[in-house]
Design a protein around this ligand. Structure first.
Ligand code: 3PG
Length: 399
């Protein structure tokens, strides 16, 4: 149910779970996409006269306060984007939180300090999580779940609090669910899935679920070297998950049996070391079947980038998760750039999923509006496409 189901919000304290987990360099926000995506719901609640109490996490602290993971820099950015002051409580459910919430006027916005500074948030013990959720619930009259990036987490501020307050789905979560359902329920064909990123093991569930839904699976990024090795090629010093070789072999066979085309790069960009510090990259293009023993693959090559773009040209539905290479370094960004470029030209639904790929398209200077949808969820969008039940959605949709 959406926010309107909560009735008149004037003067009501509304707890909103947002995903404000942005990449930081010290206290500098390097990509504010998630903060921007969270603004419309916060604004909507404020406009409705609610006293808005935002709860969110940053990083993975160990369940106790750690200044490195303070939400303070995020609060400044949120305030700029909203164009209004935002109060900040220096704890999540303690004296500062209680006082801050009590001081709110209708339409005001406050952010509580990192919810993961409390061990109850992520506890596996239902009773411990529940006790913390009780404390969160005391701060509000209603709950709005708007942090799509965390709906796959059974955590107090995502799941348990929704059992304790009248709850609704925020517009961001609703929009994400709507688009991702279109990828899983009768997608228009051809349906092309592009996977990258470093690990095959992160993508097993999604490959399992999409191998009979997609028409083509294009694979790049660090994970591709395990596939190339499974095909019998040497991969030099490239990333390799030896324990996933059998799985990759099985996928290659299964795809062939089911008429799904798995497209691997025919060429790769290699260097003799992973980019770091002041060392100038020395990129070289080699055939994927001839990676030298002293080299490691850091991007797909130009021939592969063109082949991937061609495979995307007539697609009607595309899902892309994971960069094709080390896009943060210019010498190894061309593959990721080519895939992003090809997605902007798709005549149909193009979805960019995942924190890294979403950050990549912004960092490479693409206009977000050129994509059908850029998901704010990394793990959440993958688990959705794996066909798993997401606790943070299920709890809102229960009878
Ligand atoms: C993300 O970064 O994908 C979300 O914010 C969830 O973070 P988590 O993986 O630490 O739960």
């Amino acid at each position: 149910s959406d926010i309107s189901s909560l009735g008149d919000l004037t003067g009501k304290r509304v707890l909103v779970r947002s995903d404000l987990n942005v990449p930081l360099d010290g206290t500098d926000i390097t990509d504010d996409g998630r903060i921007r995506a969270s603004v419309p719901t916060i604004q909507q609640l404020s406009d409705a006269g609610a006293r808005v109490v935002v709860t969110a996490h940053l990083g993975r602290p160990d369940g106790s306060p750690d200044p490195k993971y303070s939400l303070e820099p995020v609060v400044s950015r949120l305030s700029e984007l909203l164009g209004r002051p935002v109060a900040f409580a220096t704890d999540t459910v303690g004296a500062s939180a209680t006082e801050t919430v009590a001081g709110l006027q209708d339409g005001d916005v406050a952010v509580l300090e990192n919810v993961r500074f409390n061990d109850g948030e992520t506890s596996k013990d239902d009773a411990v999580r529940g006790a913390f959720a009780d404390q969160l619930a005391q701060l509000a009259d209603a709950f709005v779940s708007d942090g799509f990036g965390v709906v796959h987490r059974k955590q107090a501020s995502v799941y348990d609090v929704a059992l304790r307050l009248p709850s609704a789905m925020g517009g961001l979560v609703a929009a994400e669910v709507d688009v991702l359902r279109r990828l899983t329920e009768q997608p228009e064909r051809p349906y092309v899935v592009v996977l990258g990123g470093s690990k095959v093991s992160d993508k097993l569930g999604v490959i399992d679920n999409l191998i009979d839904k997609a028409d083509k699976l294009l694979i790049g990024g660090g994970m591709v070297f395990t596939f190339l090795k499974a095909q019998g090629h040497e991969v030099g010093k490239s990333l390799l998950e030896a324990d996933q070789l059998d799985t990759c072999t099985r996928y290659l066979t299964e795809a062939a049996d089911r008429g799904v085309e798995i497209v691997l790069p025919s060429d790769v960009v290699v260097d003799t070391a992973f980019p770091s510090g002041d060392r100038q990259p020395e990129p070289r293009v080699v055939a994927a079947s001839e990676i030298p023993a002293d080299a490691l693959g850091l991007d797909i090559g130009p021939e592969s980038a063109a082949a991937f773009a061609a495979a995307l040209a007539d697609a009607r539905t595309v899902f892309w998760n994971g960069p094709m290479g080390v896009f943060e370094v210019d010498a190894f960004a061309a593959g990721t750039r080519a895939v992003a470029e090809a997605l902007t030209k798709v005549d149909g639904l193009s979805v960019v999923g995942g924190g890294d790929s979403a950050a990549a398209v912004r960092q490479l200077g693409f206009d977000e509006a050129a994509f059908g949808h850029i998901s704010t969820g990394g793990g959440a969008s993958l688990e959705f496409l794996e066909g798993k039940e997401l606790p943070g959605i299920a709890v809102l949709e229960r009878d």
